[in-house]
Design a protein around this ligand. Structure first.
Ligand SMILES: Nc1ncnc2c1ncn2[C@@H]1O[C@H](COP(=O)(O)OP(=O)(O)O)[C@@H](O)[C@H]1O
Ligand SMILES: [Mg+2]
Length: 425
């Protein structure tokens, strides 16, 4: 019986892989805009009835996803017989359909005219397909099943890798139809935080299968903030040079020798984004000066509970009127925002610490207006905060505050409840 189910499932998996392969092939020939791609390839395939009458999705959307704190992940540990992989796959098999059902529900609650945007429709449809593929996967009882499930997880990850640019562009296009800015912000905060959680959970499972020294899944047992800052600065400087022909140096001080268990992924987005902003402000503020650009400084502070990074620049700061707007999605004072949006979307998400070496200097310095709001959503989701202190005419200090995984006072669960705290205020 189970065999039959798996036979049927393998067929489904193949179709899913084919669907996904079409998407990646399409990504490689990234000449046409995202909209054209969707009009050409996908929209004609959408059957509108598939967006409704989805009883399973409705039922799953009512369930709560299970909290899994990184501390639990760390203590799950590894067993020689692979039982830890089985347990982790079973957890994801239960939990991921719930998380995708919540996302689908959010799409359904969008105003009609916004939800009809082709890019948002594409995402909505993709999530429905993913939900059904995960949901119809038979119970995971052996390591063979777990292997097949991991393939599906990898495909899910690939298939959702451009979620952020699609969301950004979809909302940018439908902004004129949205009356309340808070509505967009809440939707995107939830969507981005949930996406981060799904990505972390899936990657954690995939990493658990590897024998990476000093790591348990995605948790690096001796994470060094200094190394992450150095790698991020190298990346941000490369992008800055490609844009302006020049880039400031950086100075790192404070607890430079600290190392502790941590998950690199969210910080490997936040730190480069904050550095790019500091570099851009510095270069633009000093563009008429012959003197060497002032350094951008990063101070590391760690205690038993938290990690605090302060990024300070002498890039002229911001007037109060600007400070109120920087947390809005799509707000950017950069004139680069007028460039073709299809130029490169990879910079605000698909780049990870490991990929820094590829130095894709196609990445954009600024213009999307996503760096600050996304970083804040990530920080708050991880039970931390992102705040700005700025003095107009002088410079800006950005404080990135995050709870440590080992802190008893600040347990960081990978779910959405924490984020909703701010949203409910
Ligand atoms: N360190 C900084 N100094 C001056 N302005 C800043 C700084 N960081 C952010 N900003 C302002 O916040 C805006 C939004 O930043 P962000 O969300 O990263 O979008 P983008 O970089 O694409 O413009 C920037 O356009 C800029 O006006
Ligand atoms: Mg930016």
């Amino acid at each position: 019986m189970l065999c039959k189910k798996f036979h049927r499932y393998s067929f489904q998996l193949l179709s899913f892989v084919r669907y996904q392969t079409n998407i990646s092939k399409d990504n490689q020939n990234s000449k046409p805009s995202i909209e054209k791609k969707i009009y050409d390839q996908h929209l004609s395939n959408i059957t509108v009835t598939s967006f409704y009458c989805q009883t399973a999705i409705e039922q799953f959307a009512l369930k709560q996803s299970t909290r899994l704190s990184p501390l639990t992940m760390m203590y799950i540990g590894k067993t020689d017989d692979g039982r830890h992989l089985l347990r982790s796959a079973q957890y994801l098999h239960n939990d991921l359909p719930i998380r995708f059902a919540h996302r689908i529900n959010d799409f359904r609650n969008l105003p009609f005219v916004v939800a009809c945007n082709p890019l948002l429709l594409e995402l909505h449809e993709r999530f429905i397909k993913i939900f059904h593929t995960l949901h119809s996967f038979p119970p995971i009882k052996t390591l063979e099943h777990e292997k097949l499930f991991t393939e599906l997880l990898q495909n899910t990850l690939n298939c959702t890798s451009d979620t952020l640019p699609l969301l950004a562009e979809g909302f940018r296009k439908s902004k004129q139809h949205i009356k309340q800015e808070m509505f967009v912000r809440n939707f995107l905060d939830r969507a981005l935080a949930s996406r981060l959680a799904i990505k972390m959970l899936i990657e954690n499972h995939i990493e658990l299968r590897k024998d990476k020294p000093n790591h348990i899944g995605i948790i690096c047992m001796s994470f060094s903030p200094k190394k992450l800052i150095e790698a991020s600065a190298e990346y941000a400087q490369a992008v800055c040079r490609a844009t302006y022909g020049i880039a400031p140096d950086i100075t790192i001080d404070g607890h430079v020798n600290s190392s502790f268990p941590y998950i690199t992924m969210p910080l490997s987005y936040i730190v480069p984004e904050m550095l790019k902003n500091a570099f851009r402000a510095t270069v633009e503020h000093h563009k008429n000066s012959d003197k060497k650009l002032p350094n951008v400084g990063v101070t590391i502070s760690v205690n038993e509970d938290e990690l605090l990074l302060r990024v300070r620049d002498r890039g002229g700061g911001m007037p109060g009127s600007l400070l109120d707007k920087i947390y809005d999605y799509h707000f950017s004072s950069s004139n680069l925002s007028n460039e073709s949006p299809s130029l490169s979307y990879t910079d605000f998400d698909n780049y990870l610490y490991d990929q820094l070496t590829t130095r894709n200097i196609q990445h954009r310095m600024s213009g999307y207006g996503f760096g600050v709001p996304t970083s804040r959503a990530y920080c708050e989701y991880l039970n931390g905060s992102l705040t700005f202190e700025t003095m107009y005419g002088i410079g800006t200090d950005v404080y990135i505050r995050l709870g440590l995984l080992t802190s008893e006072n600040r347990i960081v669960p990978i779910d959405q409840n924490l984020l909703s705290k701010r949203l409910l205020k």
